[in-house]
Design a protein around this ligand. Structure first.
Ligand code: NAD
Length: 496
């Protein structure tokens, strides 16, 4: 029997006010309904925000180490239910169980790191410009934080946003992503079981234009953290800025790997194939472009094609699948249209480029791993995020030209260089416009204790994750104590 799930508002599991629902479909078997979820609207958002607002005073006055104990308990429960959670992620997200296990581990790592941050919410002390005056800063919560996330890492990203928001003393309204809502139900149940007071975390299911938009426009939501496409991010930023709410955006990427003439080509191909095609390229840090030095271009391409041919496309319940199904039909159409436009612009599809059909492929939406060349840096396929198993290959005459090509994309999330030259490696960090850079590694693999985020259209300046998350989810107050027993004024100090 298909389970009917609910919203979680003020510590109660409740239906949407309208009573409307929607079905969540298994991307590896589109005939299977995995669960029925509330199709909420702005009334539900309003109740959730009210619950968060009412819970705020008590939570912000709970000492951060005590908040950390609840998050530590969540880490323990996540670890004890790792396999079961990985299976849920795999079912609704279309990645294999190993991919699901990786996500849960990422949630556990983040919970452990953030729980410890509860004892490290450091401010600064410094000298005043005046005598007998004490100067310091201290971190305070921002208020009610709205969390809006994409479909592709439902457990990892939920953990990466919600745990930091909570440790900083904020209360949270979490909008589940419509294609992976059960993972957020499990996450919420775990925090409930860990002893999180009611109202501190509220979960609302539903669609972006209904739930997401209402959250970004609600006057009592003091901050919105959004992870998703750059197009949606722009709408969200507009809504938040128009009412002076803080907004943190983690957006798309057109991540590139640069392969130099001195690179270990087998290592590079290994990293690029994994970066481009695993989970069908549905990662923000997926390798969408490879820029290859002309001296090794032909040899590299041969190796790339050979290895790509060995990548197995298949459903999530086959752990040997690399190219897993796309999340839904809309995404399939989007990828196929991208490829059509690339051909119209003169690009050459040298491998794949088609929907896979027959057998298990008819139960989901699959695209064969695709390699495209004969591309100039101005073409759409070289600049825009596809979010599918599509790799664009470009040729460069030199390291300098490769960097220049890299920087023509409007995105700047992650970038990688394969080389054996240490000078070039360090120069790369200076030359490339990206928020996360790697040497001799694929474009993904961020760690929970390190900041993460992009430049240009991949973000808007904030970093999340690691210690940066504590900055993102806090207000800093500047505090002075004057113990001179006189009225001093820093502006007129020179006139005394
Ligand atoms: P999306 O932008 O379509 O949707 C993301 C979320 O926004 C969903 O929950 C959706 O319901 C909601 N939404 C849609 N319209 C809205 C509106 N008008 N107001 C408020 N909310 C709205 O993205 P997606 O297809 O789910 O995910 C893929 C994108 O996410 C890619 O661009 C990928 O690069 C990006 N991403 C970025 C990161 C990062 O950390 N930078 C991580 C993962 C994914």
């Amino acid at each position: 029997m298909v389970e009917h799930f609910k919203n979680y508002i003020n510590g109660e599991w409740v239906e949407a006010v309208s009573g409307e629902t929607y079905e969540n479909i298994n991307p590896s078997n589109i005939d299977e309904v995995l669960g029925v979820f509330p199709r909420s609207n702005k009334e539900d958002v309003h109740s959730a925000v009210n619950a968060s607002k009412n819970a705020l005073n008590n939570w912000k006055n709970t000492p951060p180490p005590e908040r950390g104990c609840i998050i530590s308990e969540a880490a323990r429960i996540l670890a004890s239910r790792k396999k079961e959670l990985a299976e849920i992620i795999s079912l609704e997200n279309g990645k294999t169980a190993s991919g699901g296990l990786g996500e849960v581990q990422s949630g556990i790592d983040m919970a452990n790191f953030i729980a410890g941050e509860g004892r490290r919410m450091y401010g600064r002390t410094t000298h005043s410009g005046l005598k007998k005056r004490f100067a310091m800063t201290k971190k305070y919560p921002i208020g009610v934080v709205g969390v809006i996330l994409p479909f592709n890492f439902p457990m990892a990203l939920t953990s990466w946003r919600v745990f930091p928001a909570l440790i900083c003393g904020n209360t949270v309204v979490l909008k589940s992503e419509e294609n992976s809502p059960e993972t957020t139900v499990q996450f919420t149940r775990i925090l409930e079981e860990s002893g999180l007071p009611k109202g501190v975390l509220n979960l609302v299911h539903g669609f972006g234009s209904e739930v997401g938009e209402a959250l970004t426009l609600h006057p009592d939501v003091s901050m919105v953290t959004f992870t998703g496409s750059s197009t949606t991010g722009k709408l969200i930023a507009r809504n938040c800025v128009s009412r002076h709410a803080k907004v943190s955006l983690e957006l798309g990427g057109k991540n590139a790997v640069l392969v130099m003439e001195d690179a270990d080509l087998d290592l590079a191909v290994d990293g690029i194939v994994c970066g481009a095609f695993s989970v069908s390229g549905q990662r923000c840090t997926a390798t969408g472009r490879v820029i290859v030095h002309k001296d090794v271009y032909d040899e590299f391409l041969k190796k790339l094609i050979n290895m790509t041919l060995s990548q197995k496309a298949g459903p999530a319940d086959d752990d040997t699948s690399v190219v897993t199904p796309l999340i839904n039909k809309k995404q399939l159409v989007r990828v196929l249209e991208f490829l059509e436009r690339a051909k119209d612009e003169g690009a050459n599809i040298i491998l794949g480029g088609k929907q896979l059909k027959g057998g298990v492929y008819d139960k989901g939406y699959y695209i064969a791993p695709t390699i495209v060349d004969n591309i100039t840096p101005e073409m759409e396929i070289a600049r825009e995020e596809v979010f599918g198993p599509v790799l664009s290959v470009l040729k460069a005459d030199s390291y300098e030209e490769a960097c220049q090509i890299h920087n023509t994309s409007p995105y700047g999330l992650s970038a990688s260089l394969f080389t054996k030259d240490v000078n070039r490696s360090f120069s790369f960090f200076d030359d490339v416009e990206a928020g996360v850079c790697y040497i001799n590694a694929p474009t993904f693999g961020s760690e929970p204790h390190m900041p993460f985020g992009g430049v240009k259209q991949s973000g808007q300046g904030y970093r999340e994750v690691g210690w940066a998350a504590i900055e993102a989810y806090s207000e800093v107050k500047t505090l002075y104590v004057d113990y001179s027993a006189s009225i001093q004024n820093v502006q007129f100090v020179n006139e005394k």
